[in-house]
Design a protein around this ligand. Structure first.
Ligand code: SAM
Length: 345
């Protein structure tokens, strides 16, 4: 699929034609990754962040939220719960928090690998290479870092560099692959200033990067952030931050990268709490990320408002998501659910 074809689908509004897109994406998903939906238990280990991203509710500039960092024992308790719930992976995510030190994380990764059969995914921001090497050596399997948008000028506007160190998430992704991580990335959909051309280029960048995991979700304005103050301009080129646009991107991503692991994201579920997750799974996705974060911390990790599952317990998320998966005729995946093949996406 080339840029022009992707653009046509992104602009398509005809419901019948879109049905054919959903169907093609679903058939491709069945052929390449099957019916199993893999569960990745998400532990939001810290909301402390040194970055000032214009979109993010846990940006260092947001003085309205209380900050936390979970303890090692709390994290391990979540990992053991993940095993009990039948998950194959834990994803430890945080703001870019240098109080999450290299050695502290090494200890936690080692313990999870020694005490459980889980795959370990990290999503801890733009950390120095020495940290990434140490965590990989300790047993971390995967690393997630979204490039957010492939438009460099827009990226620089919404994601200011830290000091004089330029932010190059494409370079980080290449490095992660070199270090032997499964690499995951993705974008937000409908960032103010994001055009259809930008979004088509994002999807083509997924293919070029040969990503193992690709997470896409709508940009949801957070009132305590600079981008939360300005609603996307309703111009002909501006991508809308809608549920429908998110399904289009999930479906096109599946067609362009048939073997990738693609989550039906929490941001999508936040726009349509009734059946957003299911529709994502029926239009190309094969992963869900139930939240394992202790309830008292979840409310402090509100990267955007009205986030789905914010008041639920881990137990409630586990049974709710399994039920949703079975109700749409899919199976709950067993094992770690890593990328199946290594041919180019
Ligand atoms: N600090 C790590 C990083 O930057 O990769 C991980 C945490 S960060 C909060 C995880 C993701 O949340 C970001 O990559 C971004 O795409 C998403 N996010 C943040 N604010 C958002 C918003 N307002 N709407 C939608 N997604 C958002």
């Amino acid at each position: 699929m080339n840029e022009k074809q992707i653009m046509e689908w992104l602009r398509e509004e005809d419901v019948k034609k879109l049905e054919t897109l959903w169907q093609k994406a679903n058939e491709t998903r069945i052929a390449h990754v099957g019916d199993a939906v893999h569960l990745r238990g998400l532990i939001e280990i810290s909301n402390i962040c040194v970055r000032r991203c214009g979109y993010c509710g846990i940006s260092a500039d947001n003085r309205q939220i209380e900050r936390y960092r979970m303890t090692e024992e709390e994290i391990l308790e979540c990992a053991h719960k993940a095993v009990g719930f039948g998950y194959g992976t834990v994803v430890m995510q945080a703001g870019e928090d240098y109080g999450v030190t290299r050695d502290w994380m090494v200890g936690i990764i080692r313990r999870i690998k020694a005490e459980t059969p889980l795959a370990v995914t990290l999503s801890l921001g733009e950390r120095p290479e020495e940290d990434l090497i140490a965590w990989r050596k300790a047993g971390a399997d995967r690393y997630l870092i979204r490039f957010e948008t492939s438009n460099r000028e827009l990226y620089d506007r919404i994601h200011p560099p830290l000091g004089d160190h330029p932010s190059d998430r494409f370079e980080i992704l290449q490095n992660l692959k070199k270090l032997g991580y499964e690499a995951g990335s993705g974008v937000m959909i409908g960032i103010p200033g994001q055009t259809y051309v930008d979004l088509a280029c994002d999807i083509l960048a997924f293919r070029k990067l040969d990503l193992d995991m690709i997470g896409v979700g709508p940009f949801i304005p957070h009132p305590e952030t600079p981008l939360g103050q300005c609603l996307p301009e309703a111009s002909a080129n501006q991508v809308p931050n809608t549920e429908q646009m998110t399904y289009k991107v999930i479906a096109l991503t599946r067609l362009v990268c048939p073997e990738a692991n693609i989550p039906s994201t929490t941001a999508l579920a936040s726009l349509n709490k009734a059946d957003g997750r299911e529709l994502g799974l029926m239009r190309g996705a094969n992963i869900v990320m139930p939240n394992l974060t202790p309830t008292q911390y979840r409310v402090m990790y509100e990267i955007y408002p009205n986030k789905a599952c914010i008041n639920e317990t881990s137990e409630a998320c586990a049974s709710c998501l399994s039920m949703r998966i079975l109700n749409i005729g899919r199976t709950v995946g067993s094992g770690q659910g890593g990328r199946l093949k290594r041919s180019s996406c």
